[in-house]
Ligand binder design. Structure first.
Ligand code: TXD
Length: 307
């Protein structure tokens, strides 16, 4: 069986770390591309030199040339500016839009049938921009946010209770912004609803921390934004697609009537398999959750208007 080919665009913090996780998981041969000559080559070589110790045989190639990305099965786009303290994700919109358009045009000219995972912020509108530029079917363009936001919520729940992260499930829907929608009713520890394990005011604190988790790290780092968990979340999605695992992961997906919304990308639970988004799962939401989803959706639509 020949290996799959996965390209990561942008060899910065998120892109390079994503390439490393993909290598460690041996999901395929990896191409790491950036516009800054030397950086993708240097980082890729450094990772290849780690491979004998970790024992992975994925080839990792660093490049500035799109020719090297030809016939990729999956392309993960991290190119673009990241937040600095005091910036919201939406402050990145104009610059990153230009970058996404340029990247997607190049990617598609060499890999016309690929699947795209978009990571660049502001996520929900950059994935829309990427989809539009790509001409791909909506099932093949997927935004990474809910996987990360849910993992953050899982980490906070595990810390609160002093239990294994492995037993904690959480679900965060909506946009990748402070209006995201952490769903307490769909968050459990070994199947037990968290509302029976954690007092209401502590749950509210966990929700708030989840919503602001990206900003918490930006404030600490000062020179950029989070990348260990974001890159691991991208690898989670990549693994489900490459191995056709059909995992259920919240991702930004193009909505066509689901959740009463239409014509834009927002975070919803999806089944991820070899053909991309194979199903959008519609959770039954109560009035309050529906209202929160609606508010998050209208924030995304507001931002889309600025594209
Ligand atoms: O949950 C999520 N979706 C996110 C999103 C979580 C974390 C980070 N998120 C966003 O990803 C962040 O707000 C940024 O928009 C991207 C990338 O973040 P990263 O922290 O990796 O930024 P870096 O380290 O600045 O890396 C960006 C790289 C850098 O090496 C640039 O040279 C490169 O992108 N770049 C390009 N590569 C290819 N082609 C073009 N045009 C290009 N422009 C810049």
């Amino acid at each position: 069986m020949s290996r799959k080919k996965i390209t990561v665009i942008g060899a910065g913090h998120v892109g390079a770390t994503t390439a490393l996780w993909l290598g460690i998981k041996e999901l395929g041969d990896i191409v790491l591309l950036d516009v800054v000559d030397g950086v993708p080559q240097g980082k890729a070589l450094d990772m290849m030199e780690a491979s004998p110790m970790e024992g992975f045989d994925s080839a990792i190639l660093g490049t500035t040339s799109y020719e090297d990305t030809a016939n990729s099965d999956l392309v993960i786009i991290t190119a673009g500016l990241a937040r600095k303290p005091g910036m919201s994700r939406s402050d990145l919109i104009a610059k990153n839009k230009t970058i996404i358009k340029d990247v997607v045009d190049n990617v598609i000219s060499y890999s016309p049938d690929t699947i795209l995972i978009v990571i660049t912020n502001p996520l929900d509108v950059m994935v829309y921009e990427a989809w539009e530029a790509s001409g791909l079917a909506p099932e093949k363009v997927i935004g990474m946010a809910g996987a990360l936001d849910s993992a953050r919520m899982r980490a906070f729940i595990a810390m609160e209770l002093g239990v294994s992260v492995e037993d904690v499930q959480a679900m965060v829907l909506g946009g990748h912004a402070d209006e995201m929608v952490p769903l307490v009713r769909y968050s459990t520890v070994a199947g037990i609803p968290i509302s029976t394990l954690i007092p209401a005011e502590r749950i509210n604190a966990i929700i708030e921390r989840t919503r602001k988790a990206g900003g918490e790290i930006v404030a600490l780092l000062k020179t950029g934004s989070a990348y260990y968990a974001p890159s691991r979340a991208a690898a989670e999605m990549a693994e489900s697609i490459i191995k056709d695992k059909k995992r259920i992961i919240p991702c930004a997906a193009y909505l066509q009537g689901q959740y009463g919304e239409d014509g834009f990308f927002a975070g919803v639970p999806v089944k991820l398999g070899a053909s991309g988004i194979e199903q959008i799962l519609e959770l039954e939401l109560n009035a309050e959750e529906q209202e929160a989803f609606r508010a998050s959706a209208s924030a995304i639509k507001g931002l889309l208007g600025k594209l």
